[in-house]
Design a protein. Sequence first.
Length: 90
Amino acid sequence: MLGLGIIGWIIIGGLAGWIASKFMKTDAQQGILLNIVVGVVGGLLGGFLLAAVGVDVAGGGWFFSFFTCLAGACLLLYLVKLFTGRKSAH
């Protein structure tokens, strides 16, 4: 993911964070800036976890990076909800 540059990180992170917030039903509490942060941090988390199990994350490209960010963002939102005790809004 390092080859994408800062604009790529923002675009992929924002999109992944937004979709993850829809999956995890936290979209009502988040704005665009928090979606970007969740997506980028989720990408770091997902990349770290994949690298830890031996997956080559450096040469993945845009789609691999997006799905890594999406999975990491969902995991991050799940952990935040788990530790803060927040329930999803209906």
